[in-house]
Design a protein around this ligand. Structure first.
Ligand SMILES: Cc1cc2nc3c(=O)[nH]c(=O)nc-3n(C[C@H](O)[C@H](O)[C@H](O)COP(=O)(O)OP(=O)(O)OC[C@H]3O[C@@H](n4cnc5c(N)ncnc54)[C@H](O)[C@@H]3O)c2cc1C
Length: 357
């Protein structure tokens, strides 16, 4: 996907600001909406511009070439929209989709903990208690991005204290008992409105329910969740490789070969990802998706290493690195966003051990 030139110029001017926090997600979301990025891959009947999930991956990748913070905000917004699209609660979707697509409501995904729960890595950190008219939620989300003050709605998975199935809810910022922390003191991506949430006796009704059974719902949304995350790696890697190509006439010709090899692997992996996500192949075969997520994050890291070598000493000087120092930090985010590479490898190893047994 090619970005609207006006948005690309704005991102290039504000990428460092989005990273260090002097520009924030509130300035970004309406621009993403106007450029048609939030609606990519959203059915026309639901208010989007149509296309498949790979269009949304392409939109995240196009942004990540310019700014990982902007791309991650789009990921949060777009993945929340996906939760609505795949929810049986049509009234909830109809209530939120217009504001989310316009960028006036901020969608947040507090489901890292739930994705780890799905992989048997940790327990859910939020509990739901049944009440006559719905549920009461208590617990804590240590991380969520795109928490624009008073304007967010966040997806939360909660265990049932009575022992029933864990459920997934859409919790609005304005609901009683929802407390947002100050923005977390991050080393980068500071303009992403990333904070912690405390939930204390939050009353929710059936109108807030995304799905009554997290165990059947999360595996169905996981391909979009992970696939769009892969867009972060794809875009960053492409941007770093473009810088390497631009340096070949300054005594760095020997970098052309490894850059070409990374680019070929990147194109092949990105094509497999798009085809698999669009065909629904990863719902029942998550291992293939895990392997692609690991491979793409590693390719992005290799591309950043190569850009470092292409820039040489100039890359280490303030004002002389053309955004490289930011991209170096951005690359450090890719292995740790949930599911982290450690968590994915742990799940893959467990799967192999089960097969061997
Ligand atoms: C910029 C950024 C944005 C993120 N946005 C989201 C989001 O939108 N939604 C979402 O669900 N997750 C989000 N996360 C969380 C992320 O995806 C991981 O869950 C998080 O990095 C913890 O994973 P871990 O591998 O450290 O695992 P863990 O095993 O959970 O943590 C490893 C160790 O680090 C400690 N630790 C982890 N987090 C914190 C913390 N906040 N404060 C103090 N100690 C901590 C743990 O106690 C543990 O000792 C974000 C993370 C970052 C860096």
């Amino acid at each position: 996907m090619t970005l609207d030139p006006e948005l690309a110029a704005w991102l290039d001017a504000h990428a460092d600001g989005l990273d260090c926090g002097s520009t924030d997600a509130a300035a970004l979301l309406p621009r993403l909406a106007t450029a048609g990025l939030i609606g990519a891959g959203v059915p026309i009947a639901a208010g989007g511009s149509g296309g498949s999930c790979s269009s949304a991956i392409g939109a995240v990748a196009a942004l990540a070439r310019h700014s990982q913070a902007a791309a991650f905000v789009l990921w949060a917004q777009r993945v929340f929209i996906e939760y609505l699209l795949q929810s049986p609660n049509r009234a909830l979707a109809e209530a939120y989709l217009p504001g989310l697509l316009a960028g006036t409501t901020a969608g947040a995904s507090g489901l890292s903990n739930a994705m780890k729960f799905l992989g048997g890595i940790e327990a859910l950190q939020v509990e739901a208690r049944r009440r006559t008219d719905g549920w009461q939620l208590d617990g804590r989300l240590p991380w969520a991005t795109n928490l624009l003050a008073q304007r967010f709605v966040v997806a939360v998975a909660a265990s049932d204290v009575a022992g029933g199935a864990p459920a997934v809810f859409a919790v609005p910022a304005t609901q009683a008992g929802v407390q947002r922390s100050a923005d977390l003191d991050l080393v980068g991506l500071r303009g992403t409105a990333t904070a912690a949430l405390a939930l204390s006796q939050v009353p929710l009704g059936p109108e807030h329910l995304l799905h009554e059974d997290a165990r059947s719902y999360l595996p169905r949304v996981r391909p979009a969740f992970l696939g769009m995350q892969c867009g972060l790696s794809i875009g960053l890697a492409r941007r770093c490789l473009a810088s390497v190509r631009g340096s070949e006439d300054s005594g760095r010709a020997l970098l052309a070969e490894p850059a070409g090899a990374i680019a070929a692997d990147l194109d092949a992996a990105a094509a497999r990802l798009s085809a698999g996500v669009d065909a629904g192949a990863f719902v029942d075969a998550p291992r293939a998706l895990f392997l692609l997520r690991i491979q793409l994050a590693e390719l992005a890291q290799q591309a950043a290493q190569l850009e470092l070598q292409a820039r040489g000493g100039a890359g280490y000087l303030h004002g002389r690195h053309g955004g490289f120092a930011r991209r170096w930090r951005e690359a450090a985010f890719l292995p740790i966003v949930t599911p982290s590479l450690v968590q994915l490898r742990t799940e893959l190893a467990r799967g192999s051990a089960r097969q061997a047994a």
